[in-house]
Design a protein around this ligand. Structure first.
Ligand SMILES: [Zn+2]
Length: 187
């Protein structure tokens, strides 16, 4: 925690003053253009990868960048999607997978998740057939999962409506940690 407190102090001293006008504007304005859905993985940093400023990305992060298909009932991911699309009016949604994803690896290698019931239940939202631990197969699984989550996203009523009215575009990306490459995944 010491590092985090030092980081906050450094932010206040060295970063905030240079962006003071932006933060003053953002105090009363929230108009992000993009909903960015990525994995919770600490190595995937949406604002860094896309060089976005505060206020530009509305971010939802889940283990495995999974987006459950729409179902009635309390659902934090669904609420975030509805808020971004129906209230904030984002024009684009990116679902971003990544290399070496722990969630995808657990599925590919059929890890024993019996002691992790929450993870086991959550990963059922992934569309992943067991594969070998092979890097190429894991990469294919990551891409396939991004495609599956884009399909799930389209089942959310706010998203379906915005797509039908042609005011929303969906994008699939895969971020490669060791090279910094971002590849498009066709929906
Ligand atoms: Zn991941």
């Amino acid at each position: 925690m010491q590092d985090l407190a030092e980081g906050v102090a450094q932010f206040q001293r060295g970063v905030f003053p240079a962006k003071a006008a932006l933060f003053a504007h953002l105090a009363a304005t929230h108009r992000p253009s993009t909903l960015f859905i990525s994995c919770s993985d600490a190595r995937v940093v949406p604002e860094l990868i896309t060089q976005s400023e505060p206020g530009e990305l509305f971010v939802i992060r889940t283990a495995g960048n999974l987006v459950p298909a729409y179902a009635p009932g309390p659902d934090g991911v669904a609420a975030g999607i509805e808020y971004a699309v129906a209230v904030l009016g984002v024009s684009d949604i990116v679902v971003c997978g990544h290399s070496a994803c722990g969630a995808m690896t657990a599925l590919a290698e059929q890890h024993d998740l019996s002691g992790m019931p929450a993870i086991a239940d959550w990963l059922r939202h992934a569309d992943a057939a067991p594969a070998h631990a092979d890097t190429a197969e894991l990469a294919a699984l990551v891409r396939g999962n991004v495609r599956a989550q884009l399909a799930n996203l389209a089942t959310h009523p706010s998203v379906a409506r915005a797509l039908a009215e042609r005011r929303l575009t969906l994008h699939g990306w895969v971020y490669d940690i060791p090279t910094g490459t971002v590849d498009d995944v066709a929906a």
